[in-house]
Design a protein around this ligand. Structure first.
Ligand code: MN
Length: 419
């Protein structure tokens, strides 16, 4: 097994097998791109400046001297592979370049706990899919008709909507309770005020690389070549606003006020050892979506809730990325099939990921069945939806033989609505 000269705990999300991409703020207030290993971050700006990315794809590209990953992401798969191989080689136990150069090491490694991570990518566009069958069935049962929970298009195409890129925030950013129009029970007149049904959605998202030209499309067979990596996503949702506004054009203000992502982008290559089978698709999708040997990734996902009284984070959901009905490749093929252009740094989120039991549901809406079965916390508190001061913590990892490839966390705390 590949080993680094840097000690990494077997429980760490960031062994030499991971090497995710992120960004941090330097002591001088600049943004440098970085990777992570064990308890450390790796300053990629300095590595690049030292001329250590010297393979054919990255030599003289200055790919890591930008303040965002977009340019590096636009270079495509061969550049991504080269960067990963270079980093793995420089960090490996038998490479002396960094290992035996304390001065260089001091410039390159910083304790992860001592740095402020920042948004590593400029996200131009954001789509949110709805690809978990169990989630779609639960929501359809609650909001419409339990006997007809899935609409007729659901198994023929990956349903989605265009989200809002400007309000995507990095893990750790507090979010304000949104205000909006809702319709009180048994009333025909809407009222205005802070949302009373504030929710999270456990999702994962992928960020795209090179993309396609306007008018062209990306085939389902080549779609994975355009996927740079994955993040954890919390698609904050105001259920009462959503219920009143969503017909006929889909979610709007209920979702656009904030979406949180984890700071580390875990690459497709790091996830490669964790490929696993997908749920069967019946009926068979149309040709442009048909992917005969579909695989996905085995990624364990957990949600924990912390409140002002419940100081110890309490686990409220445990599920897996592999449950999704539509793959990322199918989502990307569908996104572009009408000729819409995808660009480096776009975000495509999965939709809420729910398993088939109450403790694997990825939203409060499902866990409490629209508030009908409130959740009891060890502190003695009950929750139907999120309250001010509550903090939602999502985490995810894939488990290898003696190591984990993880995403760290995406966290966010609810602040009271602004008066
Ligand atoms: Mn969502």
């Amino acid at each position: 097994m590949l080993k680094s000269f840097i000690e990494v705990d077997t429980d760490s999300h960031f062994p030499i097998q991971n090497l995710p991409f992120g960004a941090f703020e330097t002591d001088q207030g600049e943004v440098h791109l970085c990777s992570a290993i064990g308890e450390y971050i790796i300053d990629l700006f300095v590595l690049d400046e030292e001329g250590l990315f010297n393979g054919p794809e990255l030599n003289n590209q200055f790919a890591f001297q930008d303040s965002s990953l977009n340019y590096f992401m636009s270079l495509g798969k061969s550049a991504w592979t080269e960067a990963r191989e270079t980093l793995q080689s420089l960090l490996s136990a038998n490479n002396e370049t960094l290992r035996d150069d304390p001065l260089l090491r001091e410039h390159i490694f910083k304790k992860r706990a001592d740095v402020q991570l920042v948004m590593p990518v400029q996200i131009g566009d954001y789509t949110d899919f709805y690809s978990s069958e169990q989630h779609a069935r639960n929501v359809g049962s609650m909001f419409r008709d339990p006997d007809n929970a899935l609409l007729s298009n659901w198994k023929h195409l990956p349903v989605g909507y265009h989200g809002r890129a400007s309000s995507i925030v990095l893990s750790g950013t507090d979010v304000y309770r949104p205000k909006g129009q809702t319709i009180p029970k048994d009333s025909e007149q809407p009222v205005f005020g802070p949302s009373l049904k504030l929710d999270f959605e456990l999702e994962m998202g992928f960020l795209t690389g090179p993309g396609n030209k306007l008018g062209q499309s990306i085939s389902v067979h080549e779609a994975e070549e355009h996927i740079f990596g994955l993040v954890l996503v919390n698609d904050w949702s105001a259920r009462d606003i959503q219920k009143w506004e969503y017909q006929p054009l889909g979610p709007f203000l209920a979702k656009s006020w904030a979406t949180s992502i984890s700071p580390w982008i875990v690459t497709m290559e790091a996830l490669e050892p964790f490929r696993t089978a997908c749920p069967e698709q019946n009926p068979k999708p149309l040709d442009y979506l048909n992917q005969p040997d579909r695989t996905t990734f085995n990624i364990q996902l957990d949600v924990l809730l912390k409140t002002e009284q419940q100081n110890e984070p309490h686990q409220i959901c445990s599920t897996n990325f592999r449950h999704l009905y539509w793959t990322m490749a199918q989502q990307l093929a569908h996104q572009t099939v009408a000729g819409c252009n995808v660009q480096p740094g776009d975000l495509y989120a999965s939709g809420t990921i729910s398993g088939d039991k109450g403790d694997s549901y990825g939203s409060m809406l499902e866990i409490t069945w629209n508030g009908n079965n409130p959740l009891s916390l060890p502190s003695g508190e009950k929750r139907s939806f999120l309250e001010d001061g509550d903090e939602v913590i999502m985490t995810g990892f894939a488990e290898g033989d003696g190591f984990k490839v993880g995403f760290g966390e995406v966290t966010g705390k609810i602040l009271p609505a602004i008066e």
